[in-house]
Design a protein around this ligand. Structure first.
Ligand code: MLT
Ligand code: ZN
Length: 441
């Protein structure tokens, strides 16, 4: 059971007395009912790719529990082209769902680094983001209906393809982002979109983050919804990724933007229009991918940043978001404060500037592996103080899990927290579902 009990970053490890892998919704219900009657704590688990220990049992769980792994509940239930949606079971891997959509001439836009192993149920449970949020929104915007086994074993089934429905509360939104604390998602109806027939991918060197934000405004104004990705990368992050991937750096600049325009028609004018737009506004330090291979290489430089860093030591990750207009002032204020307190700290800044989220990862080259976590509380306090100062959040797209529960009361008002706890108590009175996650003690 070892692989189920420890998270992929090897930070969180708990003990359980069983891992259950149900093949059917009825089996999930039977398992959950048994746990409810016997008061057995239960951890729902998808691909176990959480960055915050959301899917591994917490070692503070009162009494040994079980893990319910959704991996075997992974079928496509229905493809509905008239309503442009697909219904899949929770254990289906995200990349498979992308392929299912492509097989019927559609596109499912959620895309993130772990898409080859993360599962759709986990993506919904933590309201995952990724590189296409600027155009398609996070997971919350892609879910039409949910099927969920509640903590008492009852089935909440609303896999509706309805595009409109104004009948009271939309309960699914309480489940999306609840990270398995309110129920086990067993299936979902997801929105499909037209596939992109034209991709224009540009790497643009900019002098500052303000310059990058100006580029974002410019491309949004010129290309509106065709702007599907807008990623910010510091020069240091690029240097690490370039060494790791053995791919050369496309250009030199203090900051870099990887942006992509997509069009669902064959739009041969789009590359030229982007080129003219960039040159016209003085963004001359830029390259456009001229082949699919070049496009893949540019994306590979972006997608390998985390991996490149992992090889240099464990990092203290900050998955933060803030108003886009405040990103530059946050970065300017935070680096000196952090560097003064931790002179050896290396800061790797990159992220999804198009939706205001940043990965502000810190590592210490001379501190071995997990020893770096002794500095985590101190660093978090410094970084998050700056995040709160600009009205940001400490969990943009990776969730709270067991890593960030103590920050919840800084993020949410007392009224909101009381409401969350009331819902939790109503659905899971014995607090058996995903103990130690999301909600403060
Ligand atoms: C990414 O966008 O590459 C990941 O969400 C970032 C990370 O691993 O910190
Ligand atoms: Zn990310």
């Amino acid at each position: 059971m070892a692989g189920f009990c420890i998270d992929q970053r090897r930070r969180f490890e708990g003990k359980v007395w069983a891992v259950v892998q149900p093949h059917s919704v009825e089996a999930v219900q039977k398992t959950v009912r048994y746990c409810y009657e016997q008061q057995i704590p239960l951890t729902p688990q998808g691909g176990n790719t959480s960055m915050c220990g959301g899917a591994t049992p917490s070692d503070s769980v009162a009494g040994l529990g079980i893990i319910v792994s959704l991996s075997k509940l992974n079928r496509v239930r229905e493809v509905n082209l008239a309503d442009n949606c697909i219904t899949v079971e929770a254990g289906r891997v995200l990349q498979q769902v992308q392929q299912d959509a492509a097989a019927v001439g559609r596109m499912f836009p959620l895309s993130l680094a772990s898409e080859g192993s993360c599962q759709i149920g986990g993506n919904i449970a933590c309201n995952a983001g990724g590189v296409n949020v600027v155009r398609y929104g996070p997971m919350r915007d892609l879910v039409m209906g949910l099927e969920v086994v509640l903590p008492n074993g009852d089935l909440l089934s609303h896999l509706s393809p309805l595009h409109k429905n104004t009948t009271g509360f939309d309960v699914k939104h309480a489940l999306i982002g609840s990270e398995g604390t309110l129920g086990i998602i067993t299936a979902a109806t997801l929105k499909l979109f037209a596939p992109a027939r034209t991709h224009v991918t540009a790497w643009v060197g900019v002098d500052s983050i303000d310059h990058a934000v100006a580029l974002l405004e410019l491309t949004q104004q010129h290309f509106a919804e065709r702007l599907s990705s807008f990623e910010l990368i510091s020069d240091f992050a690029l240097e690490l990724s370039s060494q790791h991937t053995q791919l050369s750096q496309p250009l030199s600049a203090p900051w870099h933007v990887l942006l992509e325009l997509t069009d669902s028609t064959d739009n041969t004018l789009l590359p030229e229009q982007l080129g003219e737009c960039l040159l016209g506004a003085g963004f001359e330090n830029a390259v456009l991918a001229e082949s699919e291979q070049q496009r893949e290489q540019l994306w590979s430089l972006r997608e390998n940043i985390s991996d490149a860093q992992r090889h240099l030591g464990a990092s203290i990750k900050h998955d933060i978001a803030m108003p886009i207009r405040s990103v530059a002032s946050f970065v300017h204020a935070c680096a000196p404060v952090l560097q003064a307190a931790y002179p050896n700290a290396k800061i790797v800044v990159f992220g999804h500037l198009g939706d205001g989220s940043l990965h502000y990862n810190v590592f210490m080259p001379d501190v071995l592996s997990n020893d770096v976590y002794q500095y985590e509380a101190g660093m978090n306090a410094l970084v998050y103080e700056q995040v709160f100062a600009v009205g940001g959040t400490v969990a943009a797209e990776h969730g709270i899990g067991q890593l960030k529960t103590k920050w919840m009361d800084k993020m949410r008002s007392g009224t909101e927290l009381a409401l969350m706890l009331a819902i939790k108590k109503q659905l899971d009175p014995n607090c058996l579902f995903n103990q130690g996650k999301v909600l403060p003690d």
